[in-house]
Structure formats: structure tokens, C-alpha cells
Design a protein around this ligand. Structure first.
Ligand code: X8Z
Ligand code: ZN
Length: 625
């Protein structure tokens, strides 16, 4: 960028005695100012490229990303002259964070940088427009992720599920070569910044030694694994009951296409046959939402004089929007009930709540801060009326409220304490969605209090949270391996399925050779979003939940706590969010929870009743994978 800085490229740091012309504080002030200036146009281009997928928006998004990454490289280079210079703690932190300002470190070579941004945008759009088509000509039927996911969620037909699962995994086959090139380029960028590879860089963002960080994730997983193993064992026997020999792969693994979800990261859609005590307690939130949507549609149709089919389609779309907005407002109500501000009006005008019919978009849910003062924040989803989507809205609003809370921090500190914190905010609130709370928002009837109802509630939560944990870990175990070279391109798919077997105990029902590229069928791989954050979030959210329950004066077992409407809990949460990334996460964590370490004992405390029940159920069964 013209007029920015003076450090010549590639030269070593200035001798300690000779102070740079611009003070470190002034340098960081300039970095913040430039970041703030560049942000709106860059995020607008990125928003467009995900909500109007075509070559033009791809070109714009790549061009802005190129500018931003080149600017970042320049700042990182300039920052070198401050090594060993005296400066305030806050400036030192800002300088250290600068290098970690992207998960896509770019090579300095302009041609390579340009190529990298084109690959990244192309992969993102390829995922968003992914479509599985069968039949020819007029008979051709194409299904995108929403429809294919719905088949997995609702069909119990072995072959229909297999076709949907395999169909989605065709969309990533063409990504393989681009991903390989992409990985090599970000590795090069990371090395130029002084990291061993891109994975090493990703692991360096946690205010601790990157090797110690990896060990920390192993330790946390070790805490939860016995609970996961128990859940896996129970689910495997239920699958066997339902599908016979086809309910497992080799009697050991859960078949990838039978888990109700394309990636087996959330098993909640199998509630119909996994609920321990059928019908005890009324937790069919999806049904309530579908019914509500049907009522909204019926109300609209009742007012019509002209019921031509085109008109009905239009009213159907309007009802889809009505229910999506309704669900979003339910979630907003939780946050405002804690004393947090209402969402800006522009949120509802500018967000994408439902899937547009006229173009391809990236449906994978995300939350956006468009400008530095967070006056323009948006959510991008393709909401459908079901439980999973409702909890995703609560999740996304967690990101949005983080943006709103830290808006007064300088741009470099406008981020989560670490990325796992950002992912944990909305999920902490989801943990508070107890039957009492769900009743208060009219999604279920009167809460049933009994041991069986407790086990049902716990199972409902475990199928989402506990099932997720090994998945949260394995994705980056794969990418770290790709980046450090221990997973060679010719073994991409083999390594992927080995990790899935090892961590999740999941396997495909037929071999998935190297003619496939199954990692590309998960958004965060083509989207280049680091994934360990979600694993960490699944530990942190239970710690945050416990701390907020304590703040609210909750008494009794942890899983019964609902802190909705509690202003003390809200104030504590908001205070944490306001800190952003301005201090090491350990400090932020201590202010909320009283401890500086991540720890899964709150997960185990929460699921205490279920763990006991599973132990009984699994007696005499042979478990393990
Ligand atoms: O990607 C997400 C969010 C956006 S940050 C919808 N999640 C992970 C996923 O879907 O794979 C939330 C849980 C895990
Ligand atoms: Zn998220």
C-alpha cells in the first residue's frame, strides 16, 4: 500500500540500539487504521461471492483478498524492526498477533499470492454450488446439500441414505488438485513468516507453545473418550437392531451414511430410534417448528383470493422466511433477556435467512461483521424449520454478540480470546435450552420430571455434543498431517478414513479410494476454516455454562440449569466478550470461570446421569473400535 512503512524486504531487524523512525505504538495505530479502512470493501466482496456465486463475484472477492493479504505481509515485514525494542504490553501483543491475522498465510511472490486467492475463492464457491444430478435431459434431477442432508436426516431406507451420502461426496472430486496446490501455497506463506508449516502456524494462535497446545488437545480428548466410547457402543447396538448386519461396518464401525448427517458429526437426527424412553418428555422441537411453519403458510393462504400454483409457491417462500425470522427472533430474545442489546435493524434487512431460489449461495451458516464499528452485522444461513437449524441460529448469534461486544477494541483485538471462545458463545446458550426454557418459548409442552425424562434429555444433548467431539479433533489432525507432509497427496483419502476410524469409530460401507476426495465434502476444508476451534469450543462451552449457572445462583445438578433471563450471568458473559483478544485467553477465562485452563470435567459432570445409564446398558456388550 502506498506510503506505508519503510522496512526493506528481506533485511534483518534493525540493531537494538537504533530505534525505528516510527514508534511501535504509532506503527500499531497505523496498522489498526489501515485494517479498519480496508475491512468494509473486503467483507462486502466476500459476502457477495458467497451469496451470489458466479465468476464475477469470485474475481472481486479474490482481488480484495489479494490486497488484504499483501498488506498483511507488508505489515509483518515492517513489524520485524521492533523485535527487542521497548514497547507497551498491549503493542507487543498486537505485534505478536499480526502474524496470526489470517488462516491463509500467503507467499510474498505476487503471482503466487494471486493464484492462492483465486484457488481459495474457487474452492469456496465450488462447495457452495455443489450439486448431485441423476438422469438425463428433461429427466435430470439435481439435489444440493440441503436436500441430500434431509434424506439422511429423515429417510431410514439404507439405499436412499447411501445414495444421498455418496452423491454429496461426488462434488469434491474435482477439488483435489486445487486443494493440493492451495496447501502447498499456504505452507510456503507460513514458512516465509517463520513457521514450520501452515499447521504449525495455526497451532501458534493459543498463547502457548504450539507443541504444548497439541498435547493439550490430546489431554482434553482423553478426558472425554470414555464417555464417547460408551455412547458409540449404545448407538452401534441400536443400529444393529434396526439394520441387522448392515448396521455396522465389520461389526465395529458406524456406517458413515447411516448417522443422519453427511459427516457423522451430529447424530441427533436419529432421535426416532435412539431415544432411550420413547415418548417420555416431549422434545420433538423439529415437529413444533414444522407445525408452526405450516400454520404460517395456512394463514397466508387463507387470506388469498387467487390460489394459482405460482401464488402458492410465492406464499410458501414467504412462510419459509416468516418461520426463519421467527426462529432468529427467539434466539435474539435469549440474548436480550440476558441484558444484551437488540440486534441492529439492518441485521434483518441485510442477512440471508433462507436459500434464494434464483442463484447458488454458500448455505453453510456464518456470521459476519461487515465494518469495524459493527453497525452492520449479518447472518448467512439457509434456515429450515428444524431443531438443528434452531440451535445453529443460537450459535451464529453468539458470534454476532461477540462482534457487538468488542466493537470498541482496536481492530487487531477484535477477535475471540481464542477461536474456540468465539465458537463457544452461542453453544453455551444452547446448553441452557432445557425443557423449561423450551416450554417458555412454546416449543414443547410441560416439562416431565422423571429419571427417564432426564435420560432422554441427556441423550438428546449427547447426540449433538458428545458425538461431535472426535470429529472436532480429526479434521485438523488430517490437515496438520497434510501441511507437515506426513500425509502425502496420494494418501489424502486413505488418511482421512483412517482418522475417522481411529477417532470417531466411523467407516464407509464401501472402499473410498484415491479417486475420491472426501475431505473436500466438508465445508471447512475448501473454506479453509481451522477446525480444532470447534473441539475446544465443545469443552469450553461446558465450563462457561457452569460459570454462568453459578453466577445465576443455580442450585442442583448442572444439567438442570437454565440461566435465561438472568442479568448477573448476562453481565459476566458480556464482560468477557468485550475483552475480545486484548489479553491472553487464560486471563479472560480466569475472569469468567476462576481457572486458567481448559478442562473437560464440566462435560463429565453435566453428563453424569447419562454416563451411569450407558454403563448399565452396555453391560455385557463388547464395546470399542
Ligand atoms: O461451522 C459451524 C458453524 C459456523 S462457525 C455453523 N459449525 C461447525 C460445523 O458445522 O461443522 C458449528 C458446529 C461445528
Ligand atoms: Zn461458528
Amino acid at each position: 500500500m502506498a506510503g506505508c512503512g519503510s522496512a526493506p524486504e528481506g533485511e534483518t531487524a534493525a540493531p537494538v540500539a537504533e530505534a525505528p523512525k516510527e514508534s511501535a505504538d504509532a506503527f500499531i495505530a497505523r496498522v489498526n487504521k489501515t485494517m479498519a479502512e480496508m475491512m468494509p470493501a473486503g467483507t462486502s466482496a466476500a459476502w457477495l461471492s458467497q451469496t451470489y456465486i458466479n465468476d464475477d463475484t469470485a474475481r472481486l472477492a479474490a482481488a480484495y483478498s489479494e490486497k488484504q493479504l499483501a498488506q498483511l505481509n507488508e505489515f509483518v515485514e515492517q513489524a520485524k524492526q521492533y523485535e527487542g525494542q521497548p514497547m507497551s504490553e498491549s503493542t507487543a501483543r498486537a505485534i505478536a498477533l499480526l502474524k496470526l491475522g489470517t488462516s491463509m498465510p500467503a507467499p510474498k511472490d505476487p503471482a503466487k499470492l494471486k493464484r492462492l486467492t483465486e484457488l481459495a475463492t474457487g474452492l469456496d464457491q465450488a462447495y457452495g454450488s455443489g450439486s448431485y444430478c441423476t438422469g438425463e435431459g428433461e429427466e435430470q434431477v439435481c439435489r444440493q446439500i440441503g436436500e441430500l442432508s434431509e434424506t439422511l436426516a429423515k429417510s431410514r431406507d439404507y439405499n436412499a441414505q447411501l445414495e444421498a451420502w455418496q452423491g454429496w461426496h461426488t462434488i469434491s472430486v474435482p477439488m483435489r488438485a486445487d486443494y493440493q496446490e492451495f496447501a502447498a501455497l499456504i505452507n510456503e506463506g507460513a514458512r516465509e513468516m517463520g513457521y514450520k508449516d501452515a499447521g504449525h502456524m495455526w497451532r501458534s494462535g493459543y498463547d502457548m507453545d504450539p507443541d504444548a497446545f497439541k498435547a493439550e488437545t490430546d489431554r482434553l480428548w482423553g478426558q472425554v473418550k470414555p464417555l464417547y466410547d460408551n455412547l458409540h457402543c449404545y448407538v452401534r447396538s441400536e443400529l444393529t437392531e434396526k439394520y441387522g448386519d448392515q448396521g455396522t461396518v465389520d461389526g465395529k464401525y458406524l456406517p458413515a451414511h447411516l448417522m443422519g448427517n453427511l459427516w457423522q458429526q451430529d447424530w441427533g437426527n436419529l432421535w426416532d430410534f435412539l431415544q432411550p424412553y420413547p415418548g417420555v418428555g416431549d422434545l420433538d422441537i423439529s415437529k413444533s417448528l414444522e407445525d408452526k411453519r405450516a400454520r404460517l403458510f395456512a394463514d397466508r393462504v387463507a387470506k388469498l383470493r387467487d390460489t394459482a400454483s405460482a401464488r402458492l409457491v410465492e406464499e410458501g417462500i414467504a412462510a419459509d422466511f416468516d418461520i426463519a425470522k421467527d426462529m432468529t427472533q427467539l434466539a435474539e430474545g435469549f440474548y436480550t433477556g440476558l441484558g444484551m442489546p437488540a440486534l441492529p435493524e439492518s441485521f434483518y434487512e441485510k442477512s440471508q435467512l433462507i436459500k434464494p431460489r434464483d442463484r447458488d449461495v454458500v448455505c453453510h451458516a456464518s456470521a459476519w461483521q461487515m465494518n469495524p464499528d459493527a453497525s452492520d452485522v449479518r447472518m448467512k444461513m439457509c434456515i429450515k424449520p428444524n431443531e438443528e437449524e434452531l440451535t445453529t441460529i443460537y450459535h451464529e448469534l453468539g458470534h454476532i454478540y461477540y462482534y457487538l461486544a468488542y466493537k470498541d477494541q482496536p481492530p487487531i483485538f477484535q477477535s475471540g480470546a481464542h477461536d474456540g471462545f468465539h465458537e463457544a458463545i452461542g453453544d453455551t446458550i444452547v446448553l441452557s435450552m432445557t425443557p423449561d426454557y423450551l416450554k417458555s418459548i412454546n416449543l414443547v409442552g410441560d416439562a416431565v420430571v422423571s429419571e427417564q425424562a432426564t435420560i432422554n434429555e441427556q441423550m438428546r444433548m449427547a447426540l449433538a455434543k458428545v458425538a461431535f467431539m472426535p470429529f472436532g479433533l480429526m479434521i485438523d489432525r488430517w490437515r496438520w498431517g497434510v501441511f507437515d507432509g506426513s500425509i502425502a497427496p496420494e494418501n489424502y483419502n486413505k488418511a482421512w478414513w483412517e482418522l475417522k476410524a481411529q477417532y470417531q469409530g466411523v467407516a464407509p460401507s464401501s472402499p473410498r479410494g484415491e479417486d475420491f476426495f472426501d475431505p473436500g465434502a466438508k465445508y471447512h476444508v475448501p473454506g479453509n476454516t481451522p477446525y480444532t476451534r470447534y473441539f475446544l469450543s465443545h469443552v469450553l462451552q461446558f465450563q462457561f455454562y457452569k460459570a454462568l449457572c453459578d453466577a445465576s445462583g443455580h442450585e442442583g445438578p448442572l444439567h438442570t440449569c437454565n440461566f435465561a433471563g438472568n442479568k448477573e450471568a448476562g453481565a459476566k458473559f458480556w464482560a468477557m466478550l468485550q475483552k475480545g483478544q486484548s489479553q491472553p485467553w487464560q486471563q479472560t477465562m480466569k475472569e469468567l470461570t476462576g481457572t486458567e485452563t481448559m478442562d473437560a470435567s464440566a462435560v463429565l459432570e453435566y453428563f453424569g446421569p447419562l454416563q451411569g445409564w450407558l454403563n448399565e446398558q452396555n453391560q455385557g456388550k463388547s464395546c470399542g473400535f
